[in-house]
Design a protein around this ligand. Structure first.
Ligand code: GLN
Length: 487
């Protein structure tokens, strides 16, 4: 295999495999070698699964030889380490699950296996997906391949940095408040958060169950469609899974946006936004107009300003309930050296969880406590409904809304680590989308001072085909997504 990993996509690698110009074993070995060579610098990967990857690659080569290859057959990828993989450690980048080996696969992993995919490793993340920089990983911080002194975003920072640094051809991430889109924006890759219920959450370690969604991080919109074709769909094991039929996401991808109506919500051009971000996104919007879209400025979604507050009530509340299971008795880290069961539980949590996770559990427990439930949790749920209605109304008029993915370019490692509120603010543009349960994608849309800038495209429930179409069209007339960092 040549050394031009950077130019390969799922689609082009698939063509090479199909034409027998390359075997999956060769491709897999090449990516494993790449990880060995550069991941000490990027630190995207928590566990490299060399043996099982080569086994999967051999199986993929058999599938290809028998003419039964899917687009993902034999293609090396990374899975975020909060998605359960049978027989392979799933740590959530937490000391609590440092040695946890799930006895089962998440549904998305089952689906990928069925398609003949090759998993070469598990990707680093903020502990239990709480964070925006990967600095909350209990193991190590991932570096942005565009500038190693900067964060890759988070919580799916390992997934995004891994794809950007060509350590894999795509990755799965999870997004509760922006964790696919924000790191995608920071690392110059394409990241899709599907509609809530579109992709099964079975086997995704729960953070905030009413917000979590799994989605792909890829090199372009077409690859995103190819991954969605495999992972989307109803799953009886996930009670919130949608019975909606799954379209072919590659259909209708054209470089023509005629007839498309796009709204630009003013509240997303927030105070404190960096001017290079604003300039890049406005340029990108002009490109969409040139492609035939009708763009309307000054759309107003006034409840957006409450989204951050609502998120930081609902997400910690759900987290506090979901994380109660880590008590040292069932699985995961267990502090044993104590006299009583209660002390054991207390110490398990004290030493098993990092500071941010503890902060969320305390926030959530407080918001749900009997004296405060009505004032905080119930109120937040009511505002959530208002936010959702506001999106519904906007989508009566527009096919999509376009915003920046983040108000800033990637910040420096350590810059916000001691200031949780500053860190939380880096997700102002992505949080409202999970609150409303609608889909959104982040695509590369320019650079500021050599650092990537992402554009977010938001749609109504199950409009992933529209989001992919807009992204695909934009990527036909721009080459931001083709630019690669020199690692
Ligand atoms: N950064 C947000 C948080 O810390 C979102 C995380 C996510 O989407 N998993 O909660």
């Amino acid at each position: 295999m040549t050394d031009n990993y950077a130019d390969l996509t799922i689609r082009s690698a698939h063509e090479l495999l199909k034409a027998k110009k390359l075997s999956s074993v060769e491709l897999t070995k090449a990516y494993l070698a790449r990880i060995k060579k550069i991941d000490q610098r990027v630190r995207a990967v928590v566990t490299v699964t060399e043996d099982s990857a080569l086994q999967q690659a051999r199986k993929a080569d058999e599938l290809i030889a028998s003419g039964k290859a899917d687009h993902l057959t034999g293609i090396p990828m990374l899975i975020k380490d909060n998605i359960c993989t049978s027989g392979v450690k799933t740590t959530c980048s937490s000391k609590m699950l440092e040695n946890f080996v799930p006895p089962y696969n998440a549904t998305v992993v089952e689906k990928l296996n069925h398609a003949g995919a090759v998993m070469i490793g598990k990707a680093n993340m903020d502990e239990f997906a709480m964070g925006s920089s990967t600095e909350n990983s209990a193991f190590f911080t991932t570096h942005n391949p565009w500038d190693p002194s900067r964060v890759p975003g988070g919580s799916s920072g390992g997934s995004a940095a891994g794809v950007a640094a060509s350590e894999a051809l795509y990755a799965l991430g999870s997004d509760t408040g922006g964790s696919i889109r924000q790191p995608a924006g920071f690392c110059n890759v394409t990241g899709l958060k599907p509609t809530y219920g579109r992709v099964s959450r079975y086997g995704l370690v729960a953070f905030a169950s009413s917000l979590d969604q799994i989605g792909p991080l890829t090199k372009d919109a077409l690859d995103s469609a190819l991954v969605m074709n495999v992972i989307a769909g109803y799953d009886p094991r996930d009670s919130t899974s949608a019975p909606e039929p799954v379209p072919d996401y590659t259909k209708g991808l054209t470089a023509d946006l005629k007839g498309m109506k796009i709204g630009i919500p003013q509240e997303y051009f927030v105070e404190g936004m960096q001017s290079e971000v604003e300039v890049a996104i406005k340029d990108a919007i002009r490109k969409l107009e040139e492609l035939g879209a009708k763009v309307e400025w000054g759309v107003s979604l006034p409840h957006t300003r409450h989204a951050l507050a609502v998120y930081y009530i609902i997400a910690p509340s759900e987290a506090s309930a979901n994380l109660a299971r880590y008590d040292g008795a069932k699985y995961g880290f267990s502090y044993k050296d104590t006299g009583s069961m209660w002390e054991g539980m207390e110490k398990t949590k004290q030493f098993g969880f990092g500071a941010e996770v503890k902060r969320r559990i305390m926030l959530g427990t407080y918001a749900l406590s009997s004296g405060y439930y009505d004032a905080y949790y119930l109120k937040a749920q009511k505002v959530r409904t208002l936010i959702r209605h506001e999106f519904d109304q906007a989508f009566e008029k527009y096919d999509a809304l376009v915003t920046p993915t983040s108000p800033t370019v990637p910040f420096r490692i350590g810059e916000k680590a001691d200031n949780p509120l500053q860190m939380y603010l880096s997700d102002v543009c992505t949080l409202p989308i999970n609150i409303a349960g609608v889909p959104a994608i982040s695509i590369p849309a320019g650079f500021g001072g050599g650092l990537p800038i992402g554009m977010q495209v938001i749609g109504k429930p199950f409009s992933e085909p529209t989001l992919l179409k807009i992204s695909y069209a934009y990527q036909q007339v721009t080459d931001w997504h083709k630019r690669k960092p020199r690692v």
